[in-house]
Design a protein around this ligand. Structure first.
Ligand code: SF4
Length: 233
């Protein structure tokens, strides 16, 4: 599979924020979010071909690690991802899969499903990318049926949304209603859209109020606070 980076850091988002983890970022994505902060793994995929066995070997450099995060790009379209997850499970790692939730889990080994469905504002504007991708992104980005499969497959999950404006909240509640599971509000994480501390801070003020009003969980981006928007963090 094509791997854009493997690095050891602390988890920056979600219910395991702060937990030291090895991140395996697969390269390649079936979506093209206009604000994607890892374009080197989606819009312009780059990296090195690695087998699951070779990836497992690289874990020797991180002897204290107990948590592994499969991220992307879209890790669920990476060739060999099931084999890699199986190997990590056999080696005793806690596995988080960070996915947009557009590809069926297919029985993958997973301890925390970090599902991040993409809202309307993620769709590229005409002219930013060829029109075929605008259409494909729009058709693929929300799959309530596949999200429902993930919720059944992995009872430990978080539903994480990048929120740009207050109008996004209605799209989120409509999507949640479409999944055939009762999702408790504290499993719904709202994260401000932004790639800098300043952008995040500007959106966090009203987003915290939305969380208080609806019972959702506010999700910070610790890695941006600690390291800025940089690779390998
Ligand atoms: S799904 Fe994730 S990796 Fe793919 S384009 Fe969107 S933000 Fe980027």
């Amino acid at each position: 599979m094509l791997i854009s980076e493997i690095f050891y850091s602390v988890q920056g988002e979600g219910i395991l924020t702060g937990v030291p983890s090895v991140f395996i970022r697969t390269s390649g994505c079936n979506l093209r979010c206009r604000w994607c902060d890892t374009p080197y793994a989606s819009w312009h995929p780059e990296g090195e071909e690695m087998t699951p066995a070779l990836i497992m070997e690289s874990f020797r450099a991180f002897p204290a690690a107990r948590h592994a995060v499969l991220t992307g790009g879209e890790p669920m379209i990476a060739r060999g991802i099931h084999e890699l997850a199986y190997g990590l499970r056999a080696a005793g790692f806690h596995i988080t899969i960070e996915t947009a939730g557009t590809v069926e889990p297919g029985g993958i080994a997973c301890d925390l499903a970090s599902l991040s469905p993409k809202l309307k504002h993620s769709t590229p504007m005409p002219g930013e990318i060829d029109s075929g991708w605008v259409e494909r992104h729009e058709q693929r980005r929300l799959r309530p049926d596949i999200l429902s499969s993930w919720l059944k497959h992995c009872p430990e999950y978080q539903m994480k949304f990048v929120v740009a404006e207050e109008g996004d909240i209605e799209e989120i509640t409509a999507l949640i209603a479409e999944t055939d599971a009762a999702i408790p509000p504290h499993r719904v994480l709202l994260m401000p859209e932004g790639r800098s501390v300043e952008e995040l801070a500007a959106r966090s003020v009203w987003l915290v109020e939305v969380c208080k009003a609806r019972g959702f969980r506010y999700c910070r981006r610790l890695h941006i606070d600690l390291f800025g928007n940089r690779r390998g963090t």
